[in-house]
Design a protein around this ligand. Structure first.
Ligand code: KG4
Ligand code: ZN
Length: 332
């Protein structure tokens, strides 16, 4: 079953054609980062207009790249939430039109489920049950997954998401947007022990909190500037990044221990961070866990993961949902 998938929840327009949830025939991502960079973050009105400008081209391109045609497609999948309302509307409208014209099912997909299913596109899919940690720009969650589309939320952030903390600290340091990749680059030349930043709520359940860390970094730097000290951005980035990673590793391992699970799955844009990945590899070894991490381009937003999730969802619920509405605040 070949599915045309569309993802437009934030600042990436993406289309893909996925077969049986695992084979990527094409996965095209058009990023708006260069435009939003100028404003230090995503501007929702600009995001939806830019999705509108490229969506048709990206749908044509995914057929050109794959060599497939419309008659090869059995269903259309689309992200319907969570995300920016105007951006989601562009993808959902395009998907409805194509599914309607071709008279094939429309499969609406939760973006967070998509991130989890990025791990089913790697040729080394996790067996159930597993614990998935979703770490993106809008979410930081620990989810127990007992079967396809059987999710149990174990913990989540009470304030900022981890990616949001990267973005805010990068903006404070004038490093640009998005924060994750620039902080990772700077951190390579820094000392993780230069600053003692807090690891919040470490022994207090499976929820996270990153706003205290963000405030601690900002206050420390303001104090240093006021005292006329030179700020070494690389040291700040390395110490901050390590504080985030230590928190994520600790919570994920605790979740696995508590629930007697030995498969740990990572997903979401922040897991594109190679330092985070190597810390998790070590922790998995120490805790006898099998670790699953998608390749970098499947960690960040893409339509391939939506196409994979749609295949497995449709096996359980073989229905077309042409009446679907966007849900900006959709939860797992
Ligand atoms: O999953 P994603 O592409 O979009 C959302 O669903 O939010 O995640 C985007 C987030 C941004 O906050 C970005 O700064 C962060 O992922 N990110 C990273 C890295 N690449 C992207 N964070 C840390 N290290 C990276 N290499
Ligand atoms: Zn995402």
């Amino acid at each position: 079953m070949k599915i045309l998938a569309i993802e437009t929840s934030c600042d990436e327009t993406s289309t893909a054609i996925i077969e049986n949830g695992v084979t990527i025939h094409a996965n095209i991502v058009s990023s708006q980062i260069n435009t939003h960079k100028k404003y230090g973050g995503v501007v929702p009105e600009i995001a939806s207009r830019m999705h509108t400008e490229v969506i048709h081209t990206l749908i044509n391109t995914v057929f050109e790249v794959s060599g497939l045609c419309y008659s090869d497609i059995s269903a259309v999948a689309v992200t319907y939430g969570p995300g920016l309302e105007g951006s989601l509307l562009v993808g959902v409208s395009a998907a409805k039109s194509i599914a309607g014209l071709l008279n094939i099912p429309l499969i609406p997909i939760n973006h967070l489920h998509g991130h989890i299913y990025a791990n089913f596109l790697t040729g080394n899919e996790p067996g159930f049950p597993f614990i998935c940690m979703i770490v993106s720009g809008g979410h930081t969650q620990l989810v127990l997954v007992t079967d396809h589309f059987e999710f149990d939320l174990l913990g989540e952030t009470r304030d900022d998401a981890a990616g949001e903390a990267f973005d805010k600290i990068a903006r404070f340091l004038d490093l640009g947007y998005p924060g994750g990749p620039v902080i990772e680059k700077e951190a390579k030349n820094g000392n993780i022990h230069a600053y003692q930043f807090p690891r919040a709520m470490l022994n207090k359940g499976l929820d996270f909190s990153f706003s205290g860390l963000k405030t601690a970094v900002i206050q420390t730097l303001r104090k240093q500037s006021a005292e006329g000290q030179v700020i070494n951005k690389a040291d700040v980035c390395a110490s901050f990044q390590q504080a985030v990673i230590d928190t994520l590793v600790s919570k994920a391992c605790t979740a696995c221990k508590r629930h007697h699970i030995n498969s740990l799955v990572l997903s979401g844009g922040v897991t594109a961070n190679q330092c985070l990945k190597s810390c998790f590899v070590h922790a998995a070894k120490d805790n006898a866990l099998t670790l699953y991490v998608p390749p970098k381009d499947l960690c960040t937003d893409n339509a391939a993961m939506i196409g994979s999730a749609a295949y497995y969802f449709y096996q359980k619920h073989p229905l077309s949902r042409m009446d679907i509405q966007v849900k900006p605040n959709l939860s797992i």
